[in-house]
Write a new protein. Structure first.
Length: 320
């Protein structure tokens, strides 16, 4: 790769955690997501020739990128098109703390950081609507027909209540909570999980719609608990949400085992987060120190890594 100038730009985005309402959100129900302080950074440098990518997954020309990167490649090409620049003469280098395919919004974060970096590089201002348009191109490849919550959550600095037809509303006056995130180490299957829920709904419309409505009520109650700082209630609602996700068939043995383990270690509540069928689970701790203990227990119980953090300070600690 031949750098031809010192011209460069950087775009960043954080990841997200869905606290309540995943899957139900696809059917127009409410969901709550919060920013998660793992970040991805895209650095752009001027080079000679084709646009190239430097990443852990792939190094080489944009046009030969593997199909796993189709969504990001579409997003890059469309961004060049909108910026009215030829798609060449740059290298995009990705540095990510966000594990891929774990329900933490890595694809939406990657696309967001790319679009931000490209607009920065060409010195153009980027409107929020245009950012959503470009990121959603990539998200449709990753998830089929996404609800849009991932994209909203990775571009927000606050907890959000999201509904498909209403978009995202900040949850103001949220209190501090302590969360533990555990990675099963298994790539989650969001696309397959969404499809499976759809099939279940077709087979048993009445029951599945009832469960989706129950998740909606749980999410609405959780919003109140987040504002009032009622961590006991919030934990209980997480457990209730997890039971509904199990019924929808999107959990698995390891996720359920980690949920039980967190509760045995005094967590106020626990559930899977994101698409499920692998990926991550979350649990609610009493404080950061309790979060560390729950994290250690989860590692012993089979988690590949854990993070505990405060929702207010975004102070984050990783254990492996
Ligand atoms: C994925 O992070 C969340 C799901 O609800 C899918 C979506 O909202 O598009 C499972």
């Amino acid at each position: 790769m031949n750098m031809i100038s010192q011209k460069s730009a950087v775009g960043e985005a954080h990841s997200k955690i869905i606290l309540f309402g995943e899957h139900a959100v696809v059917y127009g129900k409410s969901a709550i997501a919060i920013p998660f302080p793992l970040r991805i950074r895209t650095k752009i440098n001027e080079i000679e020739g084709d646009t190239t990518i430097t990443s852990l997954l792939y190094n080489g020309s944009l046009k030969d990128a593997p199909k796993e990167m189709n969504g990001l490649c579409e997003c890059i090409k469309e961004t060049f098109y909108i910026l009215k620049r030829p798609c060449c003469n740059i290298n995009l280098e990705f540095e990510s703390e966000i594990p891929m395919g774990r329900g933490l919004g890595s694809s939406a974060s990657a696309a967001t950081s790319i679009v931000r970096a490209l607009f920065e590089y060409f010195n153009e201002s980027l409107s929020t609507d245009l950012l959503y348009h470009l990121v959603s191109l990539s998200e449709c490849y990753a998830h089929g027909k996404p609800s849009g919550i991932d994209m909203m959550a990775v571009t927000s600095e606050n907890p959000i209540l999201f509904r498909k037809e209403k978009g995202a509303v900040d949850i103001k006056d949220d209190k501090e909570f302590y969360l533990v995130v555990a990675d099963t180490g298994m790539i989650g299957g969001t696309r397959i999980a969404v499809e499976q829920v759809r099939q279940k709904q077709e087979e048993n419309m009445e029951r599945v719609n009832h469960v989706l409505n129950e998740i909606n009520s749980i999410t609405e109650e959780a919003r109140e608990a987040i504002i009032s700082g009622d961590s006991k209630k919030l934990g209980m609602l997480m457990n209730e949400n997890h039971i509904r996700l199990v019924e929808l068939g999107v959990s698995n043995q390891l996720l359920n085992h980690l949920v039980d383990n967190a509760l045995e270690n005094g967590a106020l509540g626990a559930k899977l987060t994101g698409g499920g069928m692998g990926g991550c689970m979350i649990s609610l701790a009493k404080n950061l120190d309790h979060g560390r203990l729950i994290g250690q227990a989860l590692l012993q119980a089979g988690a590949k890594r854990t993070w505990h953090f405060s929702t207010k300070t975004q102070e984050i600690y990783k254990q492996i």
